[in-house]
Design a protein around this ligand. Structure first.
Ligand SMILES: Nc1ncnc2c1ncn2[C@@H]1O[C@H](COP(=O)(O)OP(=O)(O)OP(=O)(O)O)[C@@H](O)[C@H]1O
Ligand SMILES: N[C@@H](CCO)C(=O)O
Length: 324
């Protein structure tokens, strides 16, 4: 489930009166996702139907940061990336309040996320990510990565109550990995940086047939190393059994990326610590949710342990870039 906030027909009508999108003809909650409340909205105007996603921002969203995310999506959509474009209200604003929460309408993207990742999809994701990185260069505003290395020790601390029940010795093992990976982390000015998606998992990428048709969910986007975005996606796409890297998939992703934006040698050399850092980041946010979400909550908690398995896998490699 991800409908935390119910929206009545009256509240919807009042919200839509701020937009020029026509009258609602259907409106239903979307079960997928864990962060925000999402609804599929169909409207009709002058006999024409149009689909939108209505999102009410919950949980981790810092209200002051929403304009940055919506501005980035607007910028990328206008630059030609297939991503949701926020719809402006009659007043020009990209979000308005609904039931006490910030809420935005975005364009609907067709397509389905894949359940069985293959090399062609990885190549397409790599190429789309590189396009996103290049297009983001003209979005000048900076957003620091709030889930970068400085956040890891406090997150582990916040999730430590219950961590060892999940996996004996987890806190000690992850503490040691944090110290080691932080010491190897590239200096800010040592690798190319810019706007990154930072959550490019299979459920955030749509395909129509074999063609990549859209990228959604920009609410962890930030300004960081381009190669860190690749590290996140390698972890999310290239571990078919959750614990073992399939180098054919990661090589396809790197090939796709390099077909649009060639990687520098230093970026390839940094991939192993970056992949470990990406594994730590998702292990810790999942651990936090695991420990802090009541077992009977409607939201489905994501298992942190597959990210411990990925961390171990990257740490066991001896070659600098086993990814392709
Ligand atoms: N622009 C869009 N076009 C079509 N479907 C969308 C769009 N945005 C969201 N969806 C649908 O809503 C679902 C949830 O969206 P999203 O992943 O952004 O939610 P979330 O709560 O931020 O979840 P999470 O961060 O856990 O992935 C998606 O899986 C997709 O089915
Ligand atoms: N992609 C994240 C969920 C939040 O975006 C995860 O799998 O842990």
């Amino acid at each position: 489930m991800a409908v935390y906030t119910d929206v009545s027909p009256e509240a919807l009508a009042s919200f839509l009166s701020l937009y020029d999108v026509g009258r609602p003809t259907s409106f239903c909650g979307i079960a997928e996702g864990v962060e925000n409340s999402n609804y599929l909205l169909r409207t009709e105007r002058d006999g024409q139907a149009a689909d939108y996603i209505l999102t009410l921002y919950e949980r981790r969203m810092d209200p002051a940061e929403l304009p940055w995310f919506l501005g980035l999506m607007h910028h990328l959509a206008r630059a030609g990336l297939r991503c949701p474009e926020p719809v402006a209200g009659a007043d020009g604003a990209l979000f308005h309040m609904l039931n006490g929460r910030q809420a935005a309408l975005t364009t609907f993207l067709t397509g389905l996320s894949t359940r069985e990742v293959d090399a062609a999809q990885c190549e397409a994701v790599g190429a789309a990510m590189a396009r996103l990185h290049l297009m983001g260069a003209s979005y000048a505003s900076v957003r620091a990565n709030t889930l970068g290395p400085a956040a890891w020790a406090p997150l582990l601390q916040a999730g430590s109550n219950g961590a060892d029940k999940l996996e004996p010795g987890l806190v000690e093992e992850v503490s040691a990995a944090i110290a080691d990976v932080t010491a190897q982390w590239p200096r800010t000015d040592s690798l190319p940086r810019g706007q990154i998606h930072a959550d490019l998992f299979p459920d955030n990428v749509f395909f129509v047939g074999k063609t990549l048709s859209g990228i959604i969910d920009f609410y962890f986007a930030c300004t960081d190393f381009f190669a860190y975005d690749l590290a996140i996606a390698i972890n999310a796409w290239c571990f078919p059994d959750e614990a073992t890297l399939d180098p054919r998939l990661s090589a396809a992703m790197l090939d796709g990326y390099c077909s649009v934006r060639p990687l520098e040698g230093a970026e390839r050399d940094a991939l192993r610590p970056l992949c470990q850092g990406a594994a730590i980041r998702f292990l810790l946010t999942r651990l936090y949710d695991w420990v802090h979400t009541p077992e009977d909550a409607l939201v489905t908690r994501k298992d942190p342990l597959p990210y411990l398995a990925r961390l171990r896998c990257h740490r066991a490699f001896s070659e600098p870039c086993p990814y392709g």
